[in-house]
Write a protein that binds this ligand. Structure first.
Ligand SMILES: Cc1cc2nc3c(=O)[nH]c(=O)nc-3n(C[C@H](O)[C@H](O)[C@H](O)COP(=O)(O)O)c2cc1C
Length: 170
């Protein structure tokens, strides 16, 4: 799949087929994260692959905005260790995973864990050392349903030409 086509087509997926994600594909997702750029090339990401159904259900129970994790055949927790810019580095790695997942027929959804309590419970469940920074849990699975339409602001609203305030209108 062409890179732009993948970027343009990718959507957040919250409904998954029950089929397992083949191990070579899981590995490919991890490789996609691994090859991401990071500040000072410190590669501070750690990825925890979760396939156990009961653990997926428990994760869903901890994350109020990610109940659908329970229906995914697999999830990857994104954890940062001693990162200069944890959110930026993690964002680049997980976006690469998301795009590769899309190109493989899979889908995922960034699941936010907004409270310290939620993060602590996920870390306890997955055995993630306390000082590490848990960014998200990404459920992965084959797309059961792709939502219709993807809305974005027009370019003229967000892009400026030469000087802020001059809309880019090419
Ligand atoms: C930082 C971040 C946090 C998000 N948190 C959640 C979440 O907790 N639960 C959820 O269902 N979707 C979550 N999303 C998904 C967004 O709602 C989704 O990306 C957005 O609506 C745009 O849709 P699209 O990804 O299909 O283009 C999150 C996305 C981002 C980037």
């Amino acid at each position: 799949m062409d890179v732009f086509e993948c970027v343009r087509g990718r959507m957040t997926i919250r409904e998954f087929e029950p089929d397992p994600v083949p191990e070579p594909t899981v590995r490919k997702l991890l490789q996609a994260g691994r090859w991401a750029p990071s500040s000072r090339n410190r590669q501070p990401w750690r990825f925890v692959v979760v396939r156990d159904k009961d653990t997926l259900r428990r994760l869903a129970g901890i994350a109020p905005s990610g109940r659908f994790i329970a229906d995914a055949p697999m999830a990857i927790a994104i954890v940062m260790e001693d990162a200069d810019s944890p959110d930026l580095d993690a964002g680049r790695a997980l976006q690469q995973m998301e795009l590769v997942a899309w190109s493989e027929g899979l889908g995922t959804c960034f699941v936010g864990l907004p409270t310290e309590e939620q993060k602590r419970r996920v870390k306890d469940l997955l055995g993630i050392p306390e000082p590490m920074d848990l960014i998200t849990v990404l459920p992965f699975g084959y797309r059961a349903r792709t939502p219709r339409g993807k809305r974005r602001r027009p370019l003229s609203e967000i892009a400026h030409d030469g000087r802020f305030g001059v809309p880019y209108e090419s």
